[in-house]
Design a protein around this ligand. Sequence first.
Ligand code: BGC
Ligand code: BGC
Length: 819
Amino acid sequence: MQWPSITSKVKKDPVLEAKVDQILRDLSLEEKIGQMIQPEIRHLTPQDVKDFHIGSVLNGGGSVPNGNRYSKAADWLAIADAYYQASMDDSDGFMAIPLMWGTDAVHGVGNIVGATLFPHNIALGATRNPELIKQIGDITATEIAVTGLDWDFSPTVAVARDDRWGRTYESYSEHPELVREYAERMVVGLQGLAAEDGFLSSYKVIATAKHFLGDGGTHNGIDRGDCLADEETLYRVHAAGYYSAIEAGVQSVMASFNSWHGEHMHGHQYLLTQVLKEQMGFDGFVVGDWNGHGFVAGATVLNCPQAINAGLDIFMVPDPEWKQLYYNTLEQARTGVIPMARIDDAVRRILRVKLRANLWRKGLPSGRPLAGRDELLGAPEHRAVARQAVRESLVLLKNKNNLLPLSPRARVLVAGDGANDISKQTGGWSVNWQGTGNTMADFPGATTLWMGIEAAVSSAGGKAELSVDGSYDRKPDVAIVIFGEDPYAEMQGDIQHQVLKAGDIRDLELLKRFKSQGIPVVALFITGRPMWVNRELNNSDAFMVIWQPGTEGAGVADVIFRRANEDIYHPVSGQLSFSWPKRPDQGPLNWGDNDYDPLFPYGFGLRYGEADALEDNLPEDGISLEETSHILELFNRRPLADYRVLLEGKNNDRVFLNDNQAQVTTLSVYCVDRNVQEDARRAVWNGQGEGLVALSSPNRQILSDYYQTSSSLLADIKVDCAPEGRVWVRIGCGPSCYSQVDITEHLHGMTGQGWKTLVVDLSCYPAAGTDFGLKRSPEELFALILEPFALVANGKLDLTFSHVRIEKSRAQGASVRLV
Ligand code: BGC
Ligand code: BGC
């Protein structure tokens, strides 16, 4: 199909284009390749910038100057200056081309302690207020400029179509039109109005529309998965935000981690070059995502001409060994593996954006007008806008007998684990990548939901009491229960069923308790996506979705309380930008579906005083999730899901067990019988070196649901010949990315004992090093897993395994045991 072209409001300027040509003529190939490489601050020195002519740098989520999260603007500026200076130092005879620094300000400048953090995009979708989006973009640009950075990896213009995706909250809406409208406003807020004074000025930053294309359309909502939409849907649904962002003059587009019908986007020549650049007419640059080019078929993180040939202009390569990618790319350009015209096109685009952003004239980051103005980070006027966004984003789903708004003079009990938890209310991309484990010290100036409620009630003469577990001495007039999802970001936020913490019904019990005591209950639901909450709805009188509101939690109290004189203070006005499920196993549910059957449709949101038809009798069954999600079967008579049995020998020789036996240098595996035909696998190590047998999947599996300290890995094992060396049970997420537990002694104890069940509590797994050179906690590993079960031995061993599974609530602290 032919994709309609877009006329960007940023016109090609002949003077600027001539300048680009002139620079291009003077650049050596080494300098050109440097422009195309974007390392991470943890692995880039100013000397590297000079030596490799590096064109840009990024800091990943939670990556901060010198590893100090409490860094001040001055600390950021010092590093930004050093990089910039190195890039502008032409004393070695190379050209001065200013370096640009990109960062993830996903909902405000999340990496800077003290910045204003807005509600996440899904909440902004509910405000239906495009002007507010522009204001948020303005403020975000201002707060970034305080630290001297040039470029924001935002907005996410994904149209999330399966809410099990862990990045649903980064999506404004399941509806392409809303995304289209907002994308334009956000780009204008961040970059300024195209063709006007002030466009990409020192008060503004370069914006990025991401992730191109189909990130919100992956099968089963799996992050980095495969989008199976047809081309027409890709255009009509998933590309909507790119159309308006490009028209508004967005200068950068980020390639996505996902594939389209099996072909990875970083290597997708058709979509990156023919569609985006040629047919749509995008003239800025395409930046890759975090080592994303390494997923292109036949490529590695350090060797990937395919991506450049497909149309990628900048490699985002946080890998510590990025220099190897530089050398490989240089060589490929020299030998014609990458045509010179392609290199020139990439560099031309990069230079064009740098000239449009006036990076030469802006000069040293610390010398720019907003640089170092700490008082602008979390400034009261910025927080006021964030608080307004919180108010406007609240969606009221139920309001029996018009319980809301409440009188602030009442006796109010505030319960639930979200009541006073800043980490829970800010969600992912907040101070650190996944947003977990933060405290008030990480958000100076913020207000929790409880703080807002307490202020509203006490100033009106009422009495508010915080009691997370819901206990009280004196019966309250009303209970507010604040609960919901814990923070998460990419990968780790993927879930299999849209059910709140499947298996954990503590919040529900809290609601039920108040109900049984005759106390009216207001449920405030913290979430990054619609969830099946029929049971929670049945057990509350009023139910409001408050999303992940960010640092200005007090905005919620502004709406749920009346004025002291009984007037409405702030109305409730939010409307769902995503459809709300009726059943726990409903799967993708989107406005416009043929068999559209939501509990609350797209656009739903009650107003105060409006009649509410919802009774307390919503069906509570569907699938019994507590049961189905209690055990995750990996191998039962055969490998389940898309697992296969993998063998790996000492020379990294790998084969899959396809027939009933297979072998590599150090071990052989056979299909054998335990209870029925071929329901077990026997592995025999020959003592010639290390060997591994694993349940391995080509696709990352969503196991974060199961990674809980209370879960255990169980494997039925029969040991016929005791291990001669050491044996480990390993979880793996790719080459040199694993964590393992030594089970040698247990295997000795099992030898000759027939079938036993080995239980390894997941909390036994230590943090592991990865090929990114970073330490991963077991929790992170479980969101990246390719091999949830592997046995590794370095001496002779003969054992057979059959039933392998992960079970919740089996752990006994952190032990390895036999049952
Ligand atoms: C994410 C991007 C982000 C990048 C840099 C990636 O993993 O997908 O959205 O911009 O990391 O932190
Ligand atoms: C890093 C973050 C980064 C993210 C992107 C993580 O491993 O710690 O800094 O943003 O990966 O995927």
